[in-house]
Design a protein around this ligand. Structure first.
Ligand code: BGP
Length: 453
């Protein structure tokens, strides 16, 4: 069997607005929760990020040189909408970016909301406030009318499950489980409303969710550990995808929420809307799998890739069969093949991978090179497993590694680098923000050119 990927496979790369653009308060952009949150000590804020807002032409030309077929980016809600009004300069920036991408034959893949809730909406209760559902739909309607003929792949909410389960680490929410799953329910209703509106607009594209999906392993062959894995996966994965695809809550997830007193209030209209606004495809962000045992009391390190425990259901544990990155994230390429198969066998919808990558403290040499062979190795292993998943029968649209260019980590600064392109700045010193192609840039360029490893 040739190792070629399907013809037209979308080899891409990914970023998010608040992590690359900078210009946090320029040209009418209002602050988002990411501009106002407490920044972890020793890491940079997002005010300049990697200055993509002012270097967009240079960056798109680098993406063209890389040979990208697609570029997944997000639109900053508070750059496009300011105090409920359209901000023409904000729309202008994304019109320029989308035109540049199309001129360079790069498919724009747009996430409409990626962790950066406008601060004025946050101050009115954010997603806890039901009114935010319509406010979000109004914002998305503007995007569909402006860009609906040019953008063929839309994602509604980036990693809604991470905001619900690890919001404190991401800086998006710091509440009780009851409050978090009520606001999460409002996001699910908002996603369905936006999906329904998009379909009613008869635009020539597809729309879907972009959760961070990780298959969950049982820590041992003990039946209680297997049951723990069933419940962790239901809460972390299937709660979100069952609603997006089937328009209803997964029964295991619902049972768990009831048992911990966190089941949300749902109206009859909500239930109708969830059924009407189901997605066309599934985008997933994959970094690694999770491993759980039956619950016991353990200290939890919460971030999007580590886990936690819920009494009576599960407890995340380390998986000693897996290597770890220098930032303590497990590396599980076979788990990628497993996760892709699990998602496809449950939903039978085409899958677009919108994030996968390794954060590392890359070093820029005196010759302005970056020998990131660890990133080449990580991506090579994951691409091999993705190829196997396709051979297994999984229908895939494309692969957009995180990240196209170095950007600011959600909570671990610029030094946790993911890009094919190095950006010359440190946590506290902006330096000249110049761009340098890493070894992985030249490697990925060949993979795309040959449409195979
Ligand atoms: C995902 C987010 C991305 C990106 C990625 C890497 O959860 O969707 O925005 O941040 O994680 O994580 P981090 O930046 O924490 O290293």
């Amino acid at each position: 069997m040739s190792k070629q990927f399907p013809k037209g496979f979308l080899w891409g790369a990914s970023t998010s607005a608040y992590q690359v653009e900078g210009a946090w308060n320029e040209d009418g952009k209002g602050p988002s929760v990411q501009d106002m949150k407490d920044i972890p000590v020793g890491t940079t804020d997002f005010k300049t990020a990697v200055d993509h807002y002012h270097r967009v032409e240079e960056d798109v030309l680098l993406y063209k040189e890389l040979g990208l077929k697609a570029y997944r980016f997000s639109i900053s809600w508070s750059r496009v909408m300011s105090k409920g009004e359209k901000n023409p300069k904000g729309l202008e920036f994304y019109r320029k970016l989308i035109n540049l991408l199309k001129e360079n034959e790069i498919e724009p893949i747009v996430t409409v909301f990626h962790f950066d809730l406008p601060y004025d909406i946050h101050e009115k209760g954010g997603w806890e406030n039901r009114d935010t559902i319509q406010v979000f739909a109004d914002y998305c309607q503007i995007l569909f009318e402006e860009f609906g003929q040019d953008v063929k792949y839309w994602q509604t909410i980036n990693e809604q499950n991470v905001m619900a389960l690890a919001g404190s680490a991401i800086g998006t929410s710091n509440k009780s489980m009851k409050e978090k799953f009520q606001e999460n329910h409002h996001m699910l209703v908002a996603q369905a409303l936006v999906t329904k509106n998009y379909h009613n607009g008869h635009y020539p594209g597809k729309i879907g969710p972009a959760p961070n999906i990780a298959s969950v392993y049982a820590a041992s062959d003990k039946p209680e550990d297997q049951l723990a894995a069933l419940y962790m996966s239901a809460l972390r994965n299937w709660l979100f995808l069952d609603v997006a695809v089937y328009g209803k809550y997964n029964h295991n997830a619902w049972h768990l929420l009831e048992k911990i007193g966190a089941s949300p209030t749902i109206t009859v209209e909500d239930q109708e809307l969830l059924k009407e606004g189901t997605c066309d495809y599934i985008a997933i962000n994959y970094y690694n799998t999770m491993t759980v045992s039956a619950y016991y009391k353990k200290e939890n390190k919460i971030d999007q890739q580590s886990g936690f425990g819920i009494p009576g259901f599960f407890q995340s544990v380390e998986n000693n069969n897996l290597l770890m990155t220098e930032f303590d994230w497990p590396v599980d390429p076979e788990g990628f093949r497993f996760t892709l198969n699990e998602v496809y066998s449950r939903y039978r919808l085409p899958i677009l991978v919108t994030e996968n990558g390794i954060g590392a403290k890359d070093i820029l040499t005196a010759e302005r090179s970056v020998h990131d062979d660890y990133r080449i190795d990580y991506l090579k292993q994951h691409i091999e497993q993705m190829r196997s998943a396709i051979e297994d029968g999984v229908e895939m649209i494309g692969y957009c590694p995180w990240s196209a260019i170095d950007l600011i980590s959600t909570h671990e600064g610029i030094e946790k680098r993911y890009g094919f392109i190095y950006v010359n700045r440190s946590e506290e010193d902006l330096k000249d923000l110049s761009r340098y192609k890493k070894d992985s840039f030249y490697w990925y360029q060949k993979v795309i050119k040959n449409n195979q490893l």
